[in-house]
Design a protein around this ligand. Structure first.
Ligand SMILES: [Zn+2]
Length: 429
């Protein structure tokens, strides 16, 4: 049987299809073998190398991120590796190797992530040693490192200052996003990066300036002080709530050319496939706040409709200095939930996922629910979500299916859809 090091060399030659097929088949074979064995795939613990529970917790969350797991299992990352120099791809290689081991191991014995740790330390020296670290910071460094090694952009274009301020917000957001992709474009970006819109409105002249920024995760403040239950939706609402900037915080209005009292507001312009939410406790570590995590659906009625399903949680208990991290993850193959506590993996019921220790939450955009960006008023009935003019007919049908419209409404719906498609054309005539 061919071994991995041999195939690895094969794969280094770009476009070596036979190598890639071989590796996929090889991995496929092992997966099937593991399937037949008693241990379910992916249910492998990670050895604690000394205060590395923060790393293990995040690695388990990422291991249960289906698209990322498949990217590693199918060796798709090898196509994207920037193989300008060997040392520039070691983090992605080690990460993929670890995921492959976790998903193909036929024994249920915990795996040691020490080789991986060596590489993350090389990339981010702050992780050298065995101090307790912040799981979310670790996630940021890791995703950034992986992204850099599989960035499809090898030569970044020279930065040019383009002004999109004259464009409508929707257009401006799109332009800013494509400018971002000109520099940062990878599988990691495909999955984890969204776009945040912040608008600043002057209370004096009403001028509104908008800024679009990519985000890799969102930090949500706890919507409640003291003890008690708080829903994630409340935290989301607090995050997107209009905020007044006054006093020392007064920004300079572009039109007034003076410092004015302004209102600031965040909205999500582009929803990422994987939404990572970090729960901010504002240094209230001694106060236990129960974050009620609706694990089935989160309806984000912000700018558009999006449905996210929770699939992984990194939990933190104790204080920042001396705490412990664990993970709750839904196995993408079986759909069952498990607790990952370093080397231990135990089944859990989905109702236990509601946790007071939830620190980093991983949500996956529901595949049947693509974000919709236009609303259409139907003659009979309330407002219904309506696909944008760039949506396919398939999207439209998905959107229509649950509505059970009468024939008359259906006609209105389609004419509305068609007119949106042709409005651009009309304006040319
Ligand atoms: Zn103003």
């Amino acid at each position: 049987m061919p071994t991995f090091p041999f195939l690895k060399q094969e794969m280094r030659r770009k476009g070596s299809m036979s190598g890639s097929v071989l590796v996929s088949t090889f991995v496929g074979l092992i997966i099937n073998q593991a399937k037949n064995s008693k241990s379910a795939q992916g249910l492998v613990g990670l050895k604690n190398l000394g205060n590395t529970c923060f790393m293990n917790s995040i690695l388990q969350c990422l291991s249960n991120t289906q698209s990322l797991r498949d990217y590693c299992l199918h060796n798709s990352h090898r196509r994207d590796l920037n193989n300008n120099s060997r040392t520039n791809t070691a983090l992605m290689e080690e990460f993929a190797k670890l995921i492959q081991t976790m998903w193909t191991s036929s024994s249920s014995e915990a795996v040691s992530p020490s080789e991986f740790k060596t590489q993350i330390q090389r990339y981010a020296p702050r992780f050298v040693g065995y101090n307790q670290q912040d799981a979310q910071e670790f996630l940021r460094f890791l995703l950034d490192g992986l992204h850099n090694e599989v960035n499809r952009v090898t030569v970044r274009p020279r930065g040019t200052v383009e002004d999109f301020d004259h464009l409508p917000d929707e257009e401006k957001g799109k332009k800013m996003w494509s400018k971002y992709l000109e520099r940062e474009d990878s599988k990691i970006v495909d999955l984890f990066v969204g776009q945040l819109k912040s608008s600043l409105t002057c209370s004096h002249c009403g001028f509104c300036s908008t800024v679009f920024d990519p985000f890799w995760d969102l930090s949500l403040p706890i919507a409640k002080k003291g003890y008690g239950e708080v829903s994630l939706m409340d935290c989301m609402r607090l995050f997107t709530k209009e905020d007044v900037l006054d006093g020392d915080e007064k920004p300079t209005c572009y039109r007034c050319k003076a410092r004015r009292r302004c209102t600031k507001k965040f909205t999500i312009q582009k929803f990422p496939k994987i939404l990572v939410l970090r729960i901010l406790c504002f240094g209230q570590q001694n106060v236990t706040l129960l974050v009620n995590c609706p694990f089935k659906h989160v309806f984000c009625r912000l700018a558009v409709n999006a449905v996210y399903n929770l699939y992984a949680v990194s939990n933190h208990s104790g204080t920042t200095m001396g705490g412990h991290y664990t993970a709750y993850c839904r196995n993408p193959s079986s759909g069952e939930w498990y607790t990952f506590n370093d080397s231990r993996v135990t089944p859990m019921s989905s109702s236990q996922v509601r946790s007071s220790d939830a620190y980093v939450l991983f949500y996956e955009l529901s595949p049947s629910q693509k974000p919709l960006s236009m609303h259409c008023k139907l003659n009979s009935g309330p407002d219904h979500a309506f696909p944008s003019s760039s949506s396919s007919l398939c999207d439209l049908l998905v959107c229509l299916k649950p509505l059970k419209l009468r024939r008359r409404s259906l006609f209105n719906f389609f004419s509305c859809f068609l007119s949106s498609r042709f409005s651009a054309l009309n304006s040319c005539w």
